[in-house]
Write a protein that binds this ligand. Structure first.
Ligand code: ADP
Length: 403
């Protein structure tokens, strides 16, 4: 072997040995990394940033279900870094996801702080490293509530619409079979138009309510003089009050303003006045009083009617709730009036309350945020105030209001 061949052989041996050593180093580094990853509880890169950006409650737990990292919202469920996951259902979810089982669960969790309450939560888990599991908790309480309301609304509405539709069908059949008897035909026709009117009333109330409930509905918001709302309601109810032998009495502070949709406000107050008339005996008075309480306008509708029992007071604002079905049908009630009031008032940032004693009467009170008297109303409002002070004392009967 000449010296050149010897040199080449030495080079080859060197390359083989060098390559082998390098390969050994790479393999051992990889093995070490793999071992480290398997025993490490350090968060994989980027997970902390994701947790910081999340609105939902989310936690990363290790094999002992100790919380290693958490999003801000997690503390709302009492989930703190360093603590062991307390909820058995969540621990079970972590175990099953790590053994290739289900990745989601629906459960109820208690929210800490004020108000401490049970929330419905959808939990999802994902394995993010050999020792770490990510659990995301989405609070679905509100979504479920809205969905339940929608289901109830559809079910109740179809049920309520069936009654007058059924009555109209029966009356139409009765008219057909009494065709030779003009007196009977006339009597059935009168009842038929009463049912049709009831159906029309119900349909328009259902539409109003669903309009008020749809959050994105744009309303005609402007500065509204409460005096105008009350005048329009009293005018609209003068006839029914008269027919029922009930006197409408207006009183309280004048010249107060709110921000809102005058039509919606008039309908809400009108529903309270209509109820007060419907559930009051002939010869009684229904009061509509206004006062300012701090930054709010309070409108109270008071009657001396049949009243509402305490347990029913909790329920009268529910859709389609009527304390006495037979009596409400006689008064033409739909059970939607107070529900409309509630939604209309809530839409204006206010609230509605009821005080009542069976046999003594009821007071429904609407509170709305007060605004300053708008510039455009200033001069005429002052003139109005002066005039009203002279002719109408604060709690005296309003001529226009008396039906
Ligand atoms: P309705 O159209 O049946 O009057 P509402 O939603 O307006 O429906 O009222 C629900 C129920 O609350 C009524 O059926 C009635 O039993 C009760 N209610 C409402 N207002 C009064 C009142 N001023 N006095 C007595 N009961 C009332």
């Amino acid at each position: 072997m000449d010296p050149t061949q010897l040199a080449l052989l030495a080079l080859l041996v060197g390359v083989v040995i060098g390559g082998g050593v390098a390969a050994l180093i790479v393999v051992s580094v990889r093995t070490r990394d793999r071992m480290r990853a398997q025993t490490s509880t350090a968060l994989p890169e980027g997970v902390a940033d994701v947790l910081r950006a999340m609105d939902d409650a989310a936690i990363v737990v290790d094999m002992s279900t100790t919380i290693r990292a958490a999003s801000a919202a997690a503390s709302g469920f009492g989930l703190q870094v360093g603590e062991i996951l307390g909820e058995e259902r969540l621990r079970e979810l972590v175990r099953t996801v790590r053994t290739g089982g289900s990745v989601a669960d629906l459960l109820t969790l208690r929210r800490v702080g004020a108000p401490a309450e049970q929330r419905q939560v959808s939990a999802r888990a994902a394995v993010i490293s050999p020792r770490l599991t990510l659990v995301i908790l989405r609070d679905i309480t509100e979504r479920e509530r809205v969905e339940q309301m929608r289901r109830d609304f559809v079910a109740n509405t179809s049920h309520e619409l069936k009654t007058p539709v059924g009555a109209i069908t029966l009356l139409a059949e009765a008219i057909e079979s009494a065709a030779d008897d003009p007196a009977q035909v006339r009597a059935f026709a009168v009842r038929m138009s009463a049912e049709a009117a009831r159906l029309a009333g119900l349909t328009s109330r259902v539409m109003n309510l669903s309009r008020l409930q749809s959050a994105d509905e744009s309303t005609q918001v402007r500065e509204v003089p409460i005096d105008e709302v009350i005048t329009s309601v009293i005018e609209a109810h003068a006839l029914p009050a008269n027919a029922a032998g009930v006197t409408l009495v207006r009183g309280g502070t004048r010249g107060l303003f709110v921000l809102g949709d005058p039509q919606i406000l008039s309908e809400a107050l009108g529903n309270l006045v209509a109820n007060a008339i419907a559930y009051s005996p002939a010869g009684s008075h229904v009061g509509i009083g206004v006062k300012q309480i701090h930054n709010a306008v309070e409108i109270a509708v008071t009657d001396r009617g049949i009243g509402i029992s305490e347990e029913e007071q909790q329920r009268v604002f529910e859709r389609f709730y009527r304390s006495d079905q037979a009596r409400s049908r006689r008064t033409g009630g739909t059970g939607l009036g107070l529900s409309i009031v509630k939604h209309a008032v809530q839409r204006h940032g206010g609230e509605v309350r009821v005080w009542s004693r069976p046999g003594r009467g009821s007071t429904f009170t609407i509170q709305l945020p007060l605004i300053d008297e708008p510039q455009a109303f200033r001069a005429p409002a002052k003139a109005r105030k002066k005039k009203s002070k002279k002719s109408v004392p604060a709690d005296a009967r309003d001529n226009g209001a008396t039906a």
